[in-house]
Ligand binder design. Structure first.
Ligand SMILES: [Zn+2]
Length: 86
């Protein structure tokens, strides 16, 4: 009665500093995201709002890093940095 070997569920979340999504900018923003650009600490409430769009302004190029709501498999509400707009 050998129990099947469980694969090691290593829950390692890689966290990165958020960089401006504009490819030739790369400005550093004071937020942390995972590999999918999902906010690690959900600071979406600190984002600026403009006509229903929420964004983090880039300190370097003044562009908008737009954030969108995201529902996880567990029904958790998160936010990811989706795209850049001038
Ligand atoms: Zn930028």
């Amino acid at each position: 009665m050998a129990a099947p070997q469980q694969p090691k569920a290593k829950k390692a979340t890689d966290v990165f500093a958020l960089h401006c999504l504009k490819p030739d900018c790369g400005g550093l923003l004071a937020y942390e995201v995972d590999a999918d650009n999902v906010l690690y600490v959900d600071l979406a409430w600190t984002a600026r709002q403009d006509a229903g769009v929420r964004y983090f302004p880039c300190p370097k190029c003044s562009g908008k890093n737009i954030i969108e709501e995201l529902r996880t498999d567990k029904g958790q509400l998160k936010h990811n940095v989706a795209r850049w707009e001038p």
